[in-house]
Design a protein around this ligand. Sequence first.
Ligand SMILES: [Fe+2]
Length: 287
Amino acid sequence: MNTSISSDSNGYFTADRSADVVNARMGKAINPRLAALMRSVVEHLHTFAWDVGLTQEEWEVAIKFLTEVGQMSSPERQEFILLSDTLGLSMLVDSINNRRPIGATETTVFGPFHVEGAPILDMGANICLDGKGERCLFEGRVLDMDGSPVAGAYLDVWSDNADGYYDVQQPGIQPKWNNRGVFVTGADGKYSFCGIRPIPYPIPQDGPVGQMLTALGRNPYRPAHMHFMIKAPGFQKLITHTFFSGDPYLESDTVFGVKKSLVAAIEPADGQGTWRSTFDFVLAPLV
Ligand SMILES: [Fe+2]
């Protein structure tokens, strides 16, 4: 660290102890967790600026970028989650906070496209409302750590359509609740529903995060996946996806969401183009 710029020891800003000066301004009677978080943010930001020798022009580019991320965000478009996802931060936070016992289904990113309030449907129902895509049956069981079925589990599921877009990305084009639904298990713990075989999709590229990936020479694609959020009394909520064997993007997911244990088999279900993907979810008990 360059210590030659200033060594003023009072409350004035000095470059060599800049983070300390900023953090010393915090009040005494503030939320201790907030204090700890902000102290670390300030220290890392200042260390970053020193490490890279941040120029004024680069600072301006960063401010413009973050401004555009905010301007692109709306109730239907969460550009900040995309930024977090593509920087690997979402997966890191998920990994830190959602460690599961061995044998329980692993978690992955929530993603920006979940919508609260999807209709509760009968087992076996079709969630594809736009008639596009290759039909796929999703089947399996919800189990506890002993392998016993979990009754009363709510499976909230969502996927893109055959064009690679979620319904909320195409209001007025896709029917509302297209490729979404909630299913509740009975005593046998089984679930089944009919959707489409999801397809790989690029994260939205018309915003600053897409431009960032282009500038970094990065692939914008996610491998095909079905989203699941499973809630059951007495168990930890499970937010995860299933992926599909053979997908070309399994090892280059732009949001780093793939875990080997979440790759499901997919196979022809009949001779008429319908697929079947089977996956059993194992819930961890509340701790
Ligand atoms: Fe997704």
